[in-house]
Write a protein that binds this ligand. Sequence first.
Ligand code: NAG
Ligand code: NAG
Length: 281
Amino acid sequence: MMSSSFGLVLSVLATLVVASSANFHNDVNITWGDGRGKILENGELLTLTLDKWSGSGFESKDEYLFGKIEMSIKLVPGNSAGLVTTYYLRSHGKTWDEIDFEFLGNSTGQPITIHTNVYCGGKGDREQQFHLWFDPSQDFHTYTILWNPKRIIFSVDNTVIREFNNMESMGVPFPTKQPMRMYASFWNADDWATRGGLVKTDYNLAPFTASYRRYKAEVCVWSNGKSSCPSSAAWMTEELDVATKQKLQDIQKKHMIYNYCTDTNRFAATGLPKECTAPPK
Ligand SMILES: *[C@@H]1O[C@H](CO)[C@@H](O)[C@H](O)[C@H]1NC(C)=O
Ligand SMILES: *[C@@H]1O[C@H](CO)[C@@H](O)[C@H](O)[C@H]1NC(C)=O
């Protein structure tokens, strides 16, 4: 009797813990868009909409100093030219750190661009862009940012597309001190997003909707000036093995459409950034 009701309590608790790891009501606040962002299906689905007047966005309630965050996202199908959907980590202030996934819309049938960037101390300029091996508007796909003291790893459906290593010892800044929050947004950027601003958003198709599911934050939560990590956090020391590094090279060869590290025109005056010319580790 005692033990079975104790078991029941435990299983109810376990269910609560599991549920809270993927419930938008618990994890995020919709912060702008005047009702255009909605949490649906008991917290399992979050939709952001955009029309002529506004986009919308949300952010995590907690701040993190290191973590592995994961989100399934389904982008606007059809003509999404001019629209930008985002999912990123960012700290406060003028010398902020930021780790970005951005999805740049396109005309019907044209590829959506996955844009990634890393900012340290308010300075970015570390863009790598991809056209993926699937159409990200047809279904939900999982986008992961792993951020530990040694490296940042971007993955799509568990396939690594980018790694940014901590090379502070060579004078390359790396985010290790400022806690970040997860942000997501959906906005109009038809002044630059699609083919450099040539293709405008078609508001006859509005409202547009981007959908988010299965947010999973395995993180060290920042509170009162210190960060508390879970007792087992394999991602804190995660690194790519040889086979994964090889696969990453193949993926980048096939799917990367822009790499700041090879943009010699852009960096003609200063030379390529240090992290681009460092010998591979
Ligand atoms: C989220 O919303 C709750 C309830 O309105 C509020 O108390 C809290 O400060 C908000 N958190 C953030 C990070 O905006
Ligand atoms: C849109 O499609 C064009 C033509 O295929 C392509 O060059 C471009 O990279 C795509 N993405 C954006 C964001 O313009």
